[in-house]
Design a protein around this ligand. Structure first.
Ligand code: TYD
Ligand code: MG
Length: 455
């Protein structure tokens, strides 16, 4: 690698400075200088430049589109989120909270790939080789042929990749790696970005698939893998509650597959096991119906999931709190406003907490109706009937809008023994579903009216 000079660049105006300053000398912005490496000033002249091929533009029709070759990792749920398997030369970022299972999943995947005859490399910057070996024993892959390299210096890692030419290399984690060209500490934005850029180049140059592990800090921003999302081909995030055994891996970005596809795993004492039929895992098992709980069917990726939404409404202080876990908080404020204006139910002086059970994150608006019904159920202290589900998006005018693929959602719920549903009118099936009473509604008031009739 050519050794460049360290250079500080202003994130506001793009101006450069040879040393770090608190204030940009060009635009006077504070704290905006970020460390980087300057390209060497006088490029080395290529004696064969005249013989080199220059890239020529071609029409789309003339370019041969080759279908990307994928290698399945052997872990079905991981392949599902990757879009069928790993792609040669691609860079994958796996983010998630510390302790959620990133290292475990990747070690299992590398072992499966190695057994399938691929050459793999596991670079560990967080743990010693002995610790990795201990985990491997626990996973039952102690005799694995996966190569382990305990190294945190980028230049050495790049050399190892170049020398070994592995089919897959895992860097665990990108926040522990540093380049000697930069003076900032490992984990700083400058280091993370610089190291990821070089590794990406190495992946594209050879035929190595590189998997970067990144910890998401609580704030998510500084030194988090967020700065890398645009550089890599695929971004996967681990979700789930570290207290429960279920883990979701979600594709946020995928140049080689569908986004928002999820893989579901259960953490066992022998590592992560795929859950091929996950629809009922996010339901908490109440003996009797309790107030403030409503089950919804969400469709993340290709499979429907039943998720319990919980709400607690309690008298608050002078500035009542609105808190949501796993659901969008801004959306909660909007729903409370709609509830007040269109159904006359006021929560102005109440604290409102909502939670999607099991640490799952729901971003689709189809959760609206279930959130609203859970809130009103808690407010009134009246549980919804046993075996009840609801889904539907709620608009500012108080209308209940259809959710995509409503039939599939209803069928899944019926399969799991749910007997009553409130759904948007447009989602009501033409043919009745066995064992299920379906109430189709067009407005929020109507939905509340139906619930009152059921109690
Ligand atoms: P780990 O993969 O080290 O998390 P990350 O790399 O994301 O920080 O997983 C650590 C947790 O998983 C730890 O709390 C122990 C648990 N675990 C199991 O329950 N079973 C296992 O077989 C293994 C290897 C880990
Ligand atoms: Mg780890």
């Amino acid at each position: 690698m050519a050794k460049g000079k360290v250079l500080f660049t202003c994130s506001e105006c793009g101006g450069n400075s040879p040393k770090w300053l608190g204030k940009c000398p060009h635009c006077n912005a504070w704290n905006s200088l970020l460390e980087g490496v300057a390209e060497s000033a006088a490029p080395v002249k290529n004696r064969f430049a005249s013989l080199a091929k220059t890239a020529v533009a071609a029409t789309l029709a003339d370019i041969e589109a080759s279908d990307v070759a994928r290698t399945p990792t052997g872990l079905e749920e991981l392949d599902r989120v990757l879009g069928g398997g790993i792609v040669e030369g691609a860079v994958v970022l796996i983010g998630g909270d510390p302790g959620i299972g990133k290292s475990t999943l990747l070690l299992q995947a590398l072992d499966a790939l190695q057994r399938a005859g691929l050459n793999t490399l596991y670079v560990t910057g967080e743990e010693s080789g002995a610790q990795v070996a201990l985990r491997a024993r626990r996973l039952g892959v102690g005799q694995s042929q996966v190569s382990v390299l305990a190294e945190i210096q980028l230049e050495n890692i790049l050399a190892a990749i170049e020398q070994r030419q592995p089919a897959v290399a895992v860097i665990d984690s990108i926040q522990t790696i540093y380049s000697e060209l930069l003076t900032s500490a490992p984990g700083s934005v400058a280091q993370v970005r610089e190291c990821a850029a070089h590794l990406t180049r190495a992946a594209k140059a050879g035929a190595t698939t590189i998997v970067l592990v990144g910890h998401v800090t609580k704030e998510g921003a500084l030194a988090g893998p967020r700065v890398l999302e645009h550089m890599v081909d695929t971004v996967l995030y681990f979700e789930g509650d570290t207290h429960s055994s279920f883990r979701l891996v979600r594709a946020i970005k995928n140049r080689f597959g569908a986004v928002n596809e999820i893989g579901v795993f259960a953490m066992t004492d022998k590592g992560l096991k795929g859950v091929s039929n996950p629809s009922a895992i996010f339901l908490s098992q109440h003996e009797q119906p309790v107030p403030g709980s409503c089950v919804m069917v969400t469709l993340e990726g290709t499979r429907p999931l039943l998720v319990e939404i919980q709400a607690l409404v309690d008298s608050g202080g002078p500035s009542p709190r609105r808190l949501s876990v796993g659901l969008e908080r801004d959306r909660l404020a909007m729903l409370l406003a709609v509830l007040h204006r269109h159904a006359g139910v006021a929560c102005m002086d109440q604290d409102v907490f909502v939670n999607a059970v099991g640490g799952v994150r729901i971003s689709e608006p189809a959760a609206d109706l279930a959130v609203l019904l859970a809130i009103t159920s808690s407010l009134r202290g009246k549980p919804l009937p046993k075996g009840f589900i609801a889904f539907g998006e709620i608009g500012l005018a108080g209308e209940v809008r259809p959710a995509p693929r409503g039939q599939e959602r209803l069928k899944e719920a019926a399969k799991l023994g749910f007997a009553q549903a409130i759904v948007p009118k447009a989602n009501a099936p033409k043919k009745s579903i066995d064992g299920m009473t379906i109430h189709a509604v067009e407005r929020v008031e109507e939905a509340l009216e139906v619930v009152r009739g059921l109690n």
